[in-house]
Write a protein that binds this ligand. Sequence first.
Ligand SMILES: Cc1cc2nc3c(=O)[nH]c(=O)nc-3n(C[C@H](O)[C@H](O)[C@H](O)COP(=O)(O)OP(=O)(O)OC[C@H]3O[C@@H](n4cnc5c(N)ncnc54)[C@H](O)[C@@H]3O)c2cc1C
Length: 371
Amino acid sequence: MSHFDVVIVGGGIAGASLGAEVAAQRRTLILEAEVQCDYHSTGRSAAFWLESYGGEKVALLSSASRAFLDSPPPDFAESGFLHARGAVHLSDGEWPEVPDGVQARRLERVELEQLVPGIRPRWTKALLEPGCADIDVAGLHAAVLRRFRQRGGTIATDSNVIAAERRGDRWIITLRDGSTVEAALLVNAAGAWADPVAEACGVAPLGIAPKRRTMVQLRVGRAGLRDLPLVDDSAGTFYFKGEGERSVWLSPHDEIATDPCDAAPEEIDIATAIDRFEGAVDWPVERVERSWAGLRSFAPDRLPVYGFDVGEAGLFWCVGQGGFGIQTSPAAARLAAAVLLGDAPDPMVADIDPAIFAPGRFAQGAQLRSS
Ligand SMILES: Cc1cc2nc3c(=O)[nH]c(=O)nc-3n(C[C@H](O)[C@H](O)[C@H](O)COP(=O)(O)OP(=O)(O)OC[C@H]3O[C@@H](n4cnc5c(N)ncnc54)[C@H](O)[C@@H]3O)c2cc1C
């Protein structure tokens, strides 16, 4: 049986980023059920960085991650992972709002029509958030996995964890093929499978709920779309952004409760997306070039969870990254690593209180005390 200090279940952006931060100090193994670490949510995102997304507490992590994503150190990557795009938040009612500190300004109608030609008249108010950028997710994930390996980490793909038992101060972790691995600390970074993985380890679940989101790549009868801003309905019914010269990535902003699974798009959600798109702009829809779906997994308060389990000190949670797991990953990994290692916080997250994201907030009585 192999022995490790830390075993991380899940090689998506969450597990890989945390692994890269701890591997130099602890013998660390990532166990990934699939043959590719980006098979699930990490490989299916809409790939943008949007500071206002997820509310003010998530924005702390997004903002703290920005400089690293924009210009990472040369030993991490040769170039940055962000490409400026800007976002336009639309409203047919009240002015859209963004969390305090997020740079945004109201758009005049004429500016809106320049940025989004063909925008329907019903969108009477619009806010521009210029900082929005595309993220090279594949490049970022590959760089994180590379750093993990460079720092001595081991990755085992096709390694599905089916059970773990605490014996004294060690975990005995069993894989689907019957093999076992021993570790002092287990990190749950299993994305949509966070609760089932906890239960397989004899640990109480936190209520991490996977929600399906649909994406459609749409070919439209209009050119010059590649650098179109991210355009969203501030009431949360759609968003789209330029992809190719005549194509967009579009989502109906769906959030459909589901069991953890290999998510696939449903016809009705694609049709809903197109219907809402046609209500936003007057561009003729030509065809669906491709579509996909992925799972965004949320804790009950929709904040991510980083920290030791309240009942089982040998289990560390790194879950609930919802729709912001890529854009928050550099800061989230540093914050989580400092807690896990018992180190002083990294300067990137020195101003962020890790208690905001600690699992203890769900412990019995915690809500009563804070209310
Ligand atoms: C449509 C869509 C659009 C999105 N857009 C954005 C965006 O624009 N910007 C942004 O920042 N975020 C976005 N997100 C969210 C982002 O993709 C997620 O927050 C992030 O990928 C979560 O990473 P993860 O590592 O937790 O999950 P995952 O990438 O799903 O990784 C978890 C891994 O755990 C593995 N696993 C599970 N159970 C086991 C087991 N028993 N044994 C071994 N391995 C196991 C799984 O195989 C999986 O690979 C989007 C998500 C979706 C679905």
